[in-house]
Design a protein around this ligand. Structure first.
Ligand SMILES: Cc1ncc(COP(=O)(O)O)c(C=O)c1O
Length: 461
């Protein structure tokens, strides 16, 4: 918007007192941008010539354009506005109960009660976060007996959940590997590209999803990772790939590790669903541990949003496995240096919850049981959705790809127009890439969803 300065109000020849009171003139001055004061000769006295410029709604931020709505969070906003009783929100990746209500884990409530009883203070944490949390999170990821922990070869810094931990790692890459590329799967979680763009880290994509099989394009993935410049960072989803729900098999992980080693690339894992995919913390960390066991240097971002339901607490970590304890010490010092001007030090509440749950054998076991329960509920709706689709769809289409996927999400294979039809006709809210969050689905709504998918798939091109 061009300047909103209005034309002169006071006649140049007339003394201001003739048409405007001093109070009115002062009111107009309040509306003027500062620079106008410098450049114009405004007098409030009742004599002399005056040149006045009045202004309405002028902003120094007029050059700031409107940002597009977030593709995932925007879906929730549209869902809230819909009054249809059958509406379903399968957009956001947050766990819901069978009654489709948000869920706070019992172990979280117990840990919070403990914290309250102890009267823990609210002092600043050190830049690297809570020591008990950092120890617990690394042990959970690598296994407490892993040599990398014993040899102190891991630089662990508490981060602002998965996103903040990825962002910190991106800042480290930008500073210490200038020009190095991050290669990311196509498709990937929507925020990855934003994170690397904002950190000014160049990225490109490797093939991952094969629309023909609604499965993994393994050959494409391997050949694109091979083609990336030597020493690139390869971003991998540790388990429960978002958005596809398609993970490599253990044999395929070995081959991916072979290529990454051959090319001298650096693996960079995003672990947002440990324990939430299979119900087992160890099984879901197997990919990371396989790379670490090969003595590779690896970056791993962790999140406790899903597996402990701590979405709003913003608790996670960045771990950098180095080939020596000395390198790990230096890397950690630089991560802290990057964190300090960004947010100074991380929040304490979520860190204490994780440390209390993992540090207490009873709570730890209860957590594992709750995680199995959550993962189990998602597996049940996945199975029921598949059964409903198979029973209702008389076209002979094979829907078994849904059962091969893992974790919170399912990639339905629906295209943009079909996904829009799901929302417009059936009130099923989902991202336009055909992803649905099974965590937002109940057994009771599986048949309705199957009807919506079958209609959209067969009747919209
Ligand atoms: C693949 C992936 N990485 C990272 C995150 C980060 O989540 P948060 O910042 O809430 O931990 C998510 C959340 O959906 C995700 O799916």
């Amino acid at each position: 918007m061009a300047s909103a300065l209005l034309s002169s109000l006071a006649a140049a020849s007339a003394p201001p007192s003739a048409s405007l009171s001093p109070r009115e003139i002062n009111k107009m001055k309040l509306n003027l941008p500062c620079t106008s004061f410098k450049n114009s000769s405004i007098k409030t006295k009742s004599f002399g010539r005056i040149r006045m410029v009045a202004t309405t709604n002028v902003s120094r931020f007029d050059g700031v354009t409107m940002a597009p709505p977030d593709p995932i969070l925007g879906v929730s906003e549209a869902f809230r506005a819909d009054t249809n009783a059958m509406k379903l929100n399968l957009g956001v990746g947050a766990y819901r109960t069978e009654e489709l209500q948000p869920y706070v884990l019992d172990v979280v409530k117990k840990a919070e009660n403990l914290m309250l009883e102890r009267g823990d203070n609210k002092e600043y944490l050190p830049i690297e976060g809570l020591a008990a949390f950092n120890k617990a999170t690394a042990e959970l990821l690598f296994g407490a007996d892993n040599p990398v922990i014993k040899q102190q070869r891991v630089a662990t810094v508490q981060g602002l959940s998965g996103t903040g931990s990825l962002r910190l790692a991106a800042a480290l890459i930008e500073r210490y590997f200038p020009g190095a590329k991050v290669v990311i799967s196509s498709p990937t979680w929507g925020n990855h590209k934003n994170i690397f763009n904002d950190a000014r880290v160049p990225w490109s994509e490797y093939r991952y999803y094969d629309p023909k099989t609604v499965g993994l394009d393994f050959e494409g993935m391997i050949s694109d990772i091979k083609a990336a410049p030597d020493g690139s960072f390869v971003l991998l989803h540790g388990c429960a790939h978002n958005p596809t729900g398609i993970d490599p098999t253990p044999e395929q992980w070995e081959k991916i590790a072979d290529v990454i080693q051959e090319k001298n690339h650096i693996p960079f894992f995003d672990v947002a669903y440990q324990g939430f995919a299979s119900g087992s913390l160890d099984a879901d960390a197997a990919s990371v541990r396989l790379f670490v066991a090969r003595d590779m240097e690896v970056l791993i971002a962790q999140s406790y949003s899903k597996n402990l339901g701590l979405y709003a607490e913003r608790i996670g970590a960045i771990n950098v496995v180095c080939s020596s304890a000395d390198a790990a010490t230096r890397v950690k010092s630089q991560l802290k240096r990057l964190a300090r001007p960004m947010y100074s030090n991380p929040p304490v509440h979520g860190a204490r919850i994780v440390a209390n749950v993992v540090g207490d054998p009873t709570l730890f076991n209860e957590w594992k049981a709750e995680m199995e329960m959550m993962a189990g509920r998602i597996k049940n709706v996945r199975q029921k959705l598949f059964d409903s689709l198979s029973a209702k769809d008389k076209s002979g289409k094979d829907w078994s790809f849904i059962l091969k996927q893992i974790g919170m999400f399912s990639f339905t294979g629906l295209n943009k127009a079909q996904s829009e039809h799901m929302t417009n006709k059936w009130h099923v809210y989902m991202t336009k890439d055909g992803r649905i969050s099974l965590a937002g689905l109940s057994l009771a709504k599986c048949e309705y969803l199957a009807d919506a998918i079958i209609d959209s798939f067969h009747n919209v091109s």
